[in-house]
Design a protein around this ligand. Structure first.
Ligand code: OXD
Length: 305
């Protein structure tokens, strides 16, 4: 059973049938007898929608983040599987690289200068002296960190539990956060949204970054305290921000982010699910489910990712 942008369901359904000819894909709006449905493929389904299916065995997320599924307090107690897709991961890395380069090469400053007809060169620091910090070293954070490292940036990562990545300075836990922030000129948030990470991008965190740092949020709007970001930019402590995600989407017309000269907004476009590649991950898991084998990408509901 499928629930997302309904215009894409034909595409998903035909790709799934190519991979697993016996699969019968139905829309949430027209699922047939509830007892027939044993698997759900969803992106932010309406709360309560999945509890109608008594024989549900698994829920597949059609996106990397699962907060929009876990927020349903009545979610059936069956495995929830996040999407792991090379195209989605690379799409995110591409965006993060572009955003880091935008701050590193002062495109944000040049944009403001252009508006005033100012011709002034700003020499960027050497890449090896530009310290990028990735908050969150899951599937997406790890790939971005390694590509930025290969590009020559000084990359560090922070995660809740300890991680070890070649050429990346890895910090973890509450104790490691201060040192991680103190060495970070460009901060990228790629954390899952959980009760423990909501509002993490706040004035305390910004104050722990060096003067002139930039912030890129490609995780969830709920990570950011909007007013604290505006204050840190207006005081000049932060030099700029690139934001792809917001508390309310689309971002309301009256929101001050729209007109802030130091903020670039993109419309939740950092990455996106590519059905042609994502279907391989889902089909492989369906085969595992049928063979009674462990699924890949099962979310730990306690942790929230
Ligand atoms: C996702 C997203 O979680 O697009 O995949 O935000």
């Amino acid at each position: 059973m499928y629930y997302s942008e309904s215009e894409r369901w034909q595409e998903w359904s035909s790709l799934l049938r190519d991979a697993l000819p016996d699969v019968d894909v139905r829309l949430l709006d027209d699922p047939g007898p509830a007892g027939d449905v044993d698997m759900a493929l969803v992106w932010r389904p309406p709360a309560g929608a999945l509890r109608r299916f008594p024989n549900l065995r698994v829920i597949f997320s059609l996106g990397a983040g699962v907060d929009g599924i876990l927020s349903d307090a009545t979610l059936p107690d069956v495995p929830l599987v996040r999407l792991i897709d090379a195209e989605l991961t690379r799409g995110m890395t591409e965006y993060v690289l572009a955003a880091v380069l935008r701050h590193h090469r002062h495109f944000d400053v040049y944009g403001r200068q252009q508006a005033e007809g100012v011709w002034r060169f700003h020499r960027p620091p050497l890449r090896s002296a530009c310290r990028v910090g990735i908050l969150g070293l899951g599937e997406l954070g790890r790939d971005a960190a390694l590509v930025l490292r290969d590009f020559g940036f000084a990359v560090a990562g922070w995660s809740r539990g300890a991680k070890d990545l070649p050429g990346i300075a890895c910090y973890d836990g509450a104790d490691g956060l201060g040192a991680f922030l103190a060495r970070t000129d460009i901060l990228v948030c790629l954390l899952p949204l959980t009760p423990g990470t909501a509002g993490i991008l706040d004035k305390t965190l910004f104050a722990a970054l060096p003067e002139g740092a930039a912030v890129i949020n490609v995780a969830r709007g709920g990570h950011l305290v909007d007013g604290d970001l505006i204050a840190a930019l207006d005081e000049g402590h932060l030099s700029g921000a690139t934001l792809d995600v917001f508390h309310e989407e689309p971002l309301p017309e009256a929101h001050p982010f729209w007109r802030h000269p130091k903020i670039l907004i993109t419309p939740h476009a950092a990455s996106y699910t590519v059905p042609q590649s994502a279907v391989a991950h889902i089909a492989a898991n369906i085969r595992r489910l049928r063979a009674g084998e462990p699924l890949v990408g099962v979310v730990d509901r306690e942790r929230g990712y």
